[in-house]
Design a protein around this ligand. Structure first.
Ligand code: BES
Ligand code: ZN
Ligand code: ZN
Length: 491
């Protein structure tokens, strides 16, 4: 995939396909060709009248372009304009690649168009991703593709291309980690990933191995990792801005590299998807990849808590009681509710390193999927400003969050008769009781948000510009939260 910018007139545009995106409120382009203008006016009314249910495709007269593709926002009424642009951009570049028309131009030559170059590039880069590593013949569909961005300012377009490339390469990196087998992405592999990021973006990295975790009484990681051949780790990756920052934003990511359920073992059906139970860890690493390059004004640390949850003679057992470093004891009623056990260690550590704001990210509950379906990440927390900031940051990237309740009333469900709390809630409100459990480990005056990405980390079928498989959920949201901190937290 290559990107080119073009500032000239339609006559001299060198492309096989020209993509035109129509919308009722936005004018992304101006074409100085009468025949084409007429055709578009006709298309506009046909789309709006619901007479066209897919893109309009035709060969233009007297232009050196093979195919014109016209999309209209009315085709995708479920999503906002930015998401539609990305979706159409992904479809346009795919059409070109699949039909042997590698040069695909996107008409963005109005003031409005120039503002949206980054969205088109995001759609193309996220839309052309697929996990090909294990095929005998990897598909190289987009190898020869060239996206030509036809704008008023090549320079301003290039800035947006550069930024979108940083965002999308990091997101696609997250997708690679989540798609990859659990035999390859072990806790140690996540540690190496963090170390690589530290080296490439000059971040501080600190790794706690099993011995150190024992010293530090990180009992959740030790217990969850006890049954595995692959020992657990806690890794912190820190970004420090040039000017001192009062804000210390800390991300905590769940990195269960495979969740069998442990002794409370899961059924075989779809268990393979539990190689993605480290998607929260991958997301916080992806966010640091972006943050290390876009260099926000605030201090940011990512804590990865990583272990493999598997049954064994040495594995933690239902009925075990863990005494955490913050003094709280937890009864393990079900070893499959392991995410909260390791996140508790991460949250305690976040407090210890002076977090002012904590955002944890985890594929935590099936209950979140039942509540929300696959289009929304579950969002809970103790601070309205932070919750709104996460929602706003996500909105900048088409990542949708939906607030679920965190009622103190439901603490009753995680009461234990033998310990301070139980790791299993009752039969209802599973996403909320999991979050209430986590809250027990958040320092009281620290702003905290919890992102349950179980609904969104994986696409069983293509959706918007995403193909099947890992979506890279939350990485761009977290990065945006940091680099647009002032805007996102305003009011
Ligand atoms: N990793 C799972 C949650 C999950 C399920 C993520 C499906 C993505 C897709 C988590 O560790 C788990 O097993 N949760 C249990 C909790 C229960 C035992 C309280 C669940 O959701 O069933
Ligand atoms: Zn589990
Ligand atoms: Zn899990």
């Amino acid at each position: 995939m290559k990107f080119e910018t073009y500032e000239g007139s339609l006559r001299d545009l060198h492309a096989d396909v020209l993509v035109l995106i129509l919308d009722a409120q936005n004018e992304l382009f101006e074409v100085d060709d009468e025949a084409l203008q007429e055709r578009l006016a006709g298309a506009r009314s046909q789309f709006s009248a619901g007479k066209l249910s897919r893109e309009l495709s035709f060969a233009p007269k007297d232009l050196p372009i093979d195919t014109v593709l016209v999309y209209h926002s009315d085709l995708e009424k479920n999503y906002g304009f930015w998401e539609n642009i990305k979706t159409f951009a992904a479809r346009g570049i795919r059409f070109g690649a699949e039909t042997g028309r590698p040069r695909v131009a996107f008409a963005l030559n109005s003031a409005d168009g120039l503002e949206h170059v980054g969205k088109v590039v995001e759609g193309i880069l996220l839309g052309s991703y697929s996990f090909e590593k294990y095929r005998q013949k990897p598909r190289k569909l987009f190898e020869d593709s060239v996206a030509v961005l036809w704008t008023q300012s090549a320079e301003k377009a290039q800035e947006q291309i550069d930024q979108a490339e940083i965002l999308c390469h990091a997101t696609n990196g997250v997708r690679d980690l989540v798609n990859e087998s659990a035999s390859v992405i072990t806790p140690a592999a996540l540690v190496r990933k963090a170390q690589d990021l530290a080296a490439s973006h000059s971040l501080q990295v600190e790794v706690w191995d099993q011995a150190r975790l024992t010293q530090e009484r990180m009992v959740g990681l030790l217990a969850v990792g006890a049954g595995s051949e692959h020992p657990p780790f806690m890794v912190s990756l820190s970004y420090q801005p040039e000017a001192p920052s009062d804000v210390h934003l800390v991300f905590v990511g769940k990195g269960v590299t495979f969740d069998t359920g442990g002794i409370s073992i899961k059924p075989a059906e779809k268990m393979h998807l539990m190689r993605g139970d480290m998607a929260g860890a991958a997301a916080v690493l992806g966010a640091m990849d972006i943050i290390g390059q876009l260099k926000p004004k605030i201090r940011v640390t990512a804590i990865v808590v990583t272990a493999e949850n598997t049954p064994d003679g040495k594995a933690m057992r239902p009925g075990d009681i863990l005494s955490y470093r913050n003094g709280k004891s937890v009864h393990v009623e079900n070893t499959d509710a392991e995410g909260r056990l390791i996140l508790a260690d991460g949250l305690i550590h976040a407090g210890d390193i002076g977090a002012t704001h904590i955002v944890d990210v985890a594929t935590l509950t099936g209950a979140a999927i039942r509540a929300l379906g696959y289009s929304f990440t579950g969002l809970m927390g103790n601070n309205r400003t932070l919750i709104n900031a996460v929602t706003r940051a996500g909105g900048n990237h088409g990542e949708a969050y939906w607030k679920l309740p965190l009622p103190a009333e439901y603490k009753e469900y995680i009461k234990s008769s033998v310990a301070d709390i139980n790791n299993l809630g009752g039969p209802v409100a599973g996403a909320s009781t999991a979050a209430l459990f986590l809250q027990e480990f958040v320092p009281e005056k620290t702003a905290w948000a919890h992102l349950d990405i179980a609904p969104t980390f994986w696409k069983e079928k293509p959706w918007k510009y995403y193909g099947e498989g890992a979506s890279g959920a939350a990485a761009r949201t977290l990065a945006d939260l940091a680099y647009n901190w002032a805007e996102n937290t305003a009011r």
